[in-house]
Design a protein around this ligand. Structure first.
Ligand SMILES: [Zn+2]
Length: 297
């Protein structure tokens, strides 16, 4: 699979000017590391992300635009690599990380993780050196109406190092609340994630899907899954106009995307910590669910 993806990037970078511009833009992106408490976050200034950061994702706006993940609407130059019967892998023309991929379902069907987490695990296993992410329809997915994952190189993937020695289901004092699941058994892991999502739905009263972001990678036969339960989509500072940021999976994994140069210069580690606390689930609800998950382990 990796070889096919390398070849896809080579062909697409030549044939598809928008992708070439995106890769060039990522090459110019400045990255600044800040320490927050005991961990680092990498702030990345990527001007070409401004559209995604500010994209209207309400039902009305989404219904009005042609779906950019449907095969019939793709640019003529864009091609993909078939992953399985359901999913096709494409190069993401607005990359945040090296080898940024979009993995789209062949049908125009709502963004929903239920019954599809297994595909996420299969993608992670087929893509060594990559992470795979899922952004919930109300938590950063810019196509909430079309099922898709993203993936990218783990050359920079701060959360992996931050959590390397941890065995519990939570990451203490990490600003963002996150559940951590490790496992070698695919069906057992699917069962645990389904259980956690069900608990989240019950606790927050959010149906059909609770607000969440998920990241997975596969290393030495083991899957590592991060489930970020969310309290809200966009942070307060976005609505007040203080900062043009809207964190999704990649930001919560420690690569914090900032499209505007002025924000990049001035944003502090404390502000990022506050944004993480603002958008992930409140401590009270999080601890209640964590206690249940810990007992079921
Ligand atoms: Zn579509």
């Amino acid at each position: 699979m990796l070889h096919q993806i390398e070849e896809l990037f080579k062909r697409q970078e030549r044939a598809w000017p928008q992708l070439a511009r995106g890769i060039e833009g990522l090459g110019r992106a400045r990255t600044r590391r800040v320490r927050i408490d005991w961990f680092d976050v990498f702030i990345r200034h990527i001007p070409h992300r401004v559209g995604s950061t500010t994209a209207p994702v309400d039902q009305e706006s989404v219904a009005k635009r042609p779906c950019f993940l449907c095969v019939g609407n793709l640019p003529a130059e864009e091609e993909g690599v078939q992953f399985d019967a359901n999913f096709t892998i494409y190069c993401n023309p607005f990359p945040i990380v090296d080898r940024h991929l979009t993995i789209a379902h062949r049908e125009h069907d709502s963004q929903r993780i239920a019954s599809r987490f297994g595909s996420m695990l299969d993608l992670a296993a087929a893509l060594p050196g990559y992470f795979v992410i899922y952004n919930g329809p109300e938590c950063g997915a810019s196509a909430p109406d079309h099922m898709h994952f993203q993936a990218g190189s783990r050359r920079l993937f701060p959360i992996e190092r931050d959590t390397a020695g941890l065995t519990g289901v939570t990451v203490p004092n990490y600003a963002r609340n996150v559940f951590l699941f490790r496992g070698r058994d695919r069906s057992a892991l699917i069962h645990r994630i389904d259980g956690a999502i069900e608990l989240l739905a019950k606790t927050t009263g959010k149906r059909a899907e609770p607000l969440l972001n998920i990241a997975v990678f596969h290393e030495s036969g083991q899957w590592v899954t991060y489930l970020f339960p969310r309290g809200k989509h966009r942070p307060e500072v976005f609505y007040t106009g203080e900062l043009t940021v809207s964190p999704a999976s990649i930001d919560l994994c420690g690569i914090f995307v900032v499209p505007l140069a002025s924000d990049f210069e001035r944003i502090t580690g404390d502000e990022i910590g506050a944004i993480f606390r603002d958008v992930t689930l409140s401590d009270g609800q999080f601890q209640k669910i964590a206690a249940k998950l810990e007992r079921e382990r």
